[in-house]
Design a protein around this ligand. Structure first.
Ligand code: F6P
Length: 563
């Protein structure tokens, strides 16, 4: 099978018989989870699935057999499975950038074959992984040192978007697996306060900087990298460790490495390409944490844990590739999201991890899902006539319960929510007779129960609630949730979880016929920032070219800025 075949034009999903059927089902739709569970004692069993090592309960969603059959028909009529197969075999499904989409090749076992333009990419993937593991081992053992001979113990990743969010999220999620002698710091924002705060915590002699940028052109990352290089050299000079250009170059060589697809630009920046770790244009930034972009993680967690993370990704890939459609969890979850956004009017989707370690997971998912599926045209340029990517958001439970759950329980909007929890905590505490993790998970179980089944006015009255305030205490129920559970949050489970959401995102994009792998929507602002910079710095002519609002904002800034 060749992977250079042109990608067929996307199907307009609204013109399929399945879409018409779903429209009709939505018209007469009166969800009643209480009744559905009473009428069908097998409902929980019917709609619970194993995906790799995760247990996923879809039963509290607003679905029944007929709806899911129609959604699976929609997937067939829009060619989701064919498109999935194109992705896995390396077809150029990123049409607007004419690129293959092969993040799944990053976690393939060494013997696998995936060809791009006739060449097997899997050996290249493992060549880079082996270099990463070797480097990680040498940093961890102290064989690689800074200019004064001290072990490098603070690993600073400078990157933004996909070159930051993945490493930060995984680092936070897997903190118990971090070598206690090492720590990671992350600089992403071009706000000078970000770099300023981080370097104030660092000892330059023990700092290893990883400049991570797929393109190595990103303004934020290159600015931060130059600023940190300047700080490092200045600090080492003050300590008498850098005295001339020759050992300044040596200091950069020992304290800076790079991760990029553009090794020529890495060299221009002054980092020896021998200290660079590559990846490929067929890895999207938001799909890259499992590439060399994860170098900080390979160092902090160690190669074994990084391998387990990749094995988790691969296990979910296999589930997505091989599980029958009716049991294929990413397929079902993606289709159910299409049902909520396209037919029931949901604009947002909450992701609520009952794991403090996953506190950056919703932020990570925002880039994954919204940069992928926030599109208004299909991959052939034709406009869509339906809603695409919903707004993903969330916070860890139970903190969210005391903040925004009110709206999810009793507000006027439909907010489908994914609840994520693990059976085993890392830290075991007891509060008197209570196991703290059980207190915690009781909330996880209680919330989806309350959202699904609510509390009727009769139940409120039966508690003796005065009639005047009874309506305010009613919970309508029928608020849809998916519960995802695992044994323990370890590297493998995290890899599975990330890949699950990658594939959910893929399924939604495939139904909508959009290119989930480009991100043209971020370009205009970047270009304008460059054009506006002279005005911000005082150039009156460039200021005069601006629209009245932008001009007055810049004027306010210039009046108030004190240097
Ligand atoms: O601005 C968006 C974006 O292109 C993301 O897609 C990407 O993850 C991020 O910028 C960083 O890009 P790079 O890794 O090339 O610095």
């Amino acid at each position: 099978m060749t992977n250079s075949a042109p990608i067929p034009a996307p199907t307009d999903p609204t013109r399929t018989p399945a879409w018409a059927h779903l429209d009709q089902l939505a018209e007469d739709f009166y969800p009643d989870l209480r009744h559905w569970f009473e009428a069908d004692p097998q409902r929980a069993r019917t709609w619970s699935f194993t995906a790799a090592d995760l247990w996923v309960d879809l039963s509290k969603n607003l679905i029944d057999q007929e709806i899911v059959a129609a959604l699976l028909e929609l997937a067939r009529e829009t060619g989701v499975e064919e498109h999935r197969d194109r992705m896995f075999r390396g077809d150029r499904i990123n049409v607007t950038e004419n690129r293959a989409v092969l993040h799944t090749a990053l976690r393939r076992p060494a013997g696998d074959v995936v060809e791009v333009d006739g060449a097997n990419v899997v050996p290249d993937v493992h060549e880079v992984l082996n270099r990463m593991y070797d480097f990680a081992d040498r940093v961890r053992s102290g064989q690689v040192t800074g200019i004064s001979g001290k072990k490098l113990t603070s690993i600073v990743n400078i990157g933004i978007g996909g070159s930051d969010l993945g490493p930060v999220m995984v680092y936070e999620a897997l903190r118990p697996y971090v070598d206690p002698e090492l720590s990671c710091e992350f600089i992403s924002n071009i706000d000078p306060n970000d770099a300023g705060e981080v370097v104030s915590r660092l000892d330059p002699e023990t700092t290893l900087v990883i400049v991570t940028s797929k393109t190595f052109t990103t303004l934020e990352t290159l600015t931060n990298a130059r600023v940190v290089r300047e700080w490092l050299l200045r600090s080492l000079r003050e300590r008498g460790l850098v005295t001339d250009d020759a050992n300044a170059a040596e200091a950069v060589e020992r304290h800076f490495v790079a991760v990029s697809t553009a090794l020529d630009r890495v060299a221009e920046f002054g980092i020896d390409p021998a200290n660079a770790f590559g990846f490929w244009d067929w890895v999207g930034g938001r799909y890259s944490v499992d590439s060399a972009v994860g170098l900080s993680l390979a160092i902090a967690l160690g190669p074994e844990n990084f391998r387990d993370l990749l094995a988790g990704f691969h296990a979910m890939d296999q589930h997505f590739q091989n599980a029958p459609a009716a049991e294929n969890v990413p397929l079902l979850m993606g289709l159910i999201n299409v049902w909520y956004t396209g037919f029931l009017g949901a604009d947002t989707h909450a992701v609520l991890p009952y794991s403090q370690y996953l506190h950056r997971f919703p932020a990570y998912l925002q880039q994954l899902t919204m940069e992928s599926n926030g599109k208004s045209v299909r991959w052939d340029g034709s406009p869509v006539s339906y809603d695409t990517g919903e707004v993903f958001w969330g916070e860890p439970g139970t903190n969210g319960q005391h903040a925004f759950y009110q709206l999810i329980h009793q507000g006027t909007r439909l907010v489908p929510a994914d609840f994520i929890a693990f059976a085993n905590p890392t830290h075991d505490f007891r509060d008197g007779d209570n196991d703290m993790h059980e207190l915690f998970l009781s909330n996880f179980f209680a919330q989806t129960k309350a959202l699904a089944f609510g509390k009727t006015i009769d139940e409120v009255r039966a508690e003796g609630t005065p009639e005047t305030i009874a309506p305010a205490r009613v919970f309508g129920g029928n608020r849809p949730t998916t519960s995802i559970m695992g044994d323990r949050l370890n590297p493998r489970a995290l890899g599975e979880l990330i890949a699950l959401y990658e594939h959910i995102t893929f399924v939604q994009g495939a139904v909508w016929g959009i290119d989930s792998f480009d991100q043209w929507g971020v370009e205009l602002g970047k270009v304008l920032a460059q054009q506006i910079l002279p005005a911000v710095a005082g150039n009156k002519e460039v200021l005069a070219e601006q629209d009245p609002s932008t001009r007055s904002l810049i004027e306010y800034y210039r009046e108030h800025r004190r240097h």
